[in-house]
Design a binder for this molecule. Structure first.
Ligand SMILES: NC(=O)c1ccc[n+]([C@@H]2O[C@H](COP(=O)([O-])OP(=O)(O)OC[C@H]3O[C@@H](n4cnc5c(N)ncnc54)[C@H](OP(=O)(O)O)[C@@H]3O)[C@@H](O)[C@H]2O)c1
Length: 283
C-alpha cells in the first residue's frame, strides 16, 4: 500500500493518540497530530509529524476551517482517527444533566463534528477511512459510568449507520472497542469524577473511585499493541493481511470475555422469552 496521510485527534502524551502517531510514522505514513494544546505535542514535529491545535468541542465552522488547513498540509487526508474523549464518573443522581451533556458534547458530538468536516473530502475522492475509538463501555453500562457508557453506546449506533451510509462511496469505517488499556484515561487530571451528593451513594462512590485509582496505570492492555493493530487494519497488513477487515473489533482479553458473556446472555434472553418477544404482531 502506498503512503497514507492520517489525522489523529487527542494526541497528548500518555494516551492512545501518542501511540497512534508513533505507529503511523514507523510505517512510513504521514500524520497530522492534533491536540487541544499544541504545546503538549510540539515534540512530534521533530519526529516528522505535522501538528495542529484542535478542540473537538469547537464549533462546526471552526472545525471545518481546521480540517481545511489540515488538508492543505499534505494535499489530502486518507485516514481520520477519532480518538479524543474523556470519562465522567458518577451515578445518575451525582452527575448533573450538564455533566451528561458535556460528556456527550466531547465523546459524541465532537466526534460527529470532526467526521462531518472530513466526509465531503472522502466522498469527493471516493476514498478514506474513518476510525472510531469506541469502548467496552459501548457494550456494557458499568455502575457509576452511565454518562461515558451512554456516549460510547451512542457512538456504536451512529457509527454503524455511517458505515452503511458510506461503504458504497468507497469510504471505510472501523470501530475499535478497547477493554482496559494503560493510558491517562483514569488519571486524576483526565478523569472527571463528580462528588457524592446522595448519602446512599457515598459508600459505592468511594469504592468505585478507590477501585479506579488502583486500576490507573495497572490496566492490562498495552496501548502500543492496540495502535499497531489499528494501523495494520487500515493498511491491510500485519494481523490484517489476507483477512477480511471487520467493521467492529473489540480488543483486549477483558473485552473478549465481557462481550462474549453479553452475547450469550442476550441469546439466552431471546430464547427464554421467545414466545413473548415474537408474540406482539396483530393476530
Ligand atoms: N484507555 C482505555 O482503557 C480505554 C478503553 C476504551 C476506550 N478508550 C478510548 O480511547 C480514546 C483515547 O483515550 P485514552 O485512553 O488514550 O485516554 P487519555 O490518555 O485520557 O487521552 C484522551 C485524549 O483525548 C483528548 N481530549 C479530551 N477532550 C478533548 C477535546 N475536547 N478536544 C480534543 N482532545 C480532547 C485529551 O487531550 P488533553 O490532553 O487536552 O486533555 C487526550 O489527549 C478515548 O476515545 C477513550 O474513550 C480508552
Amino acid at each position: 500500500m502506498s503512503s497514507l496521510v492520517w489525522l489523529v485527534t487527542g494526541c497528548s502524551p500518555g494516551g492512545f493518540g501518542e501511540y497512534f502517531v508513533q505507529s503511523i510514522l514507523a510505517r512510513g505514513d504521514k500524520v497530522i497530530a492534533t491536540a487541544r494544546s499544541v504545546e503538549k505535542i510540539k515534540h512530534f514535529e521533530q519526529a516528522g509529524a505535522a501538528i495542529l491545535q484542535l478542540d473537538i468541542t469547537d464549533t462546526q465552522q471552526s472545525i471545518k476551517d481546521t480540517v481545511a488547513r489540515a488538508i492543505e498540509i499534505y494535499g489530502q487526508i486518507d485516514v481520520l482517527v477519532n480518538n479524543a474523549a474523556y470519562i465522567a464518573i458518577g451515578t445518575w443522581e451525582d452527575l448533573e444533566p450538564e455533566d451528561f451533556q458535556a460528556q456527550f458534547d466531547t465523546n459524541v458530538f465532537g466526534t460527529l463534528r470532526i467526521t462531518r468536516a472530513l466526509l465531503p473530502h472522502f466522498r469527493t475522492r471516493r476514498a478514506g477511512t474513518n476510525v472510531f475509538i469506541g469502548s467496552l463501555s459501548g457494550w456494557i453500562g458499568h455502575p457509576g459510568c452511565g454518562a461515558y457508557a451512554g456516549s460510547k453506546h451512542a457512538l456504536e449506533g451512529m457509527v454503524e449507520s455511517l458505515y452503511h451510509e458510506t461503504s458504497h462511496l468507497g469510504i471505510q469505517t472501523l470501530l475499535i472497542e478497547p477493554g482496559r488499556f494503560r493510558t491517562l484515561l483514569l488519571s486524576s487530571q483526565n478523569m472527571r469524577a463528580a462528588p457524592t451528593k446522595v448519602a446512599e451513594n457515598a459508600e459505592f462512590n468511594k469504592a468505585r473511585l478507590d477501585g479506579l485509582a488502583t486500576e490507573n496505570q495497572r490496566q492490562p492492555g498495552d496501548p502500543g499493541k492496540l495502535s499497531e493493530i489499528v494501523v495494520d487494519l487500515v493498511r491491510r497488513e500485519g494481523v490484517a493481511k489476507g483477512r477480511e477487515v471487520p467493521f467492529r473489533l473489540p480488543l483486549g482479553i477483558d473485552c473478549f470475555n465481557d462481550v462474549q458473556a453479553k452475547c450469550e446472555e442476550t441469546l439466552k434472553l431471546l430464547e427464554d422469552w421467545k414466545d413473548v418477544i415474537r408474540g406482539t404482531d396483530y393476530s
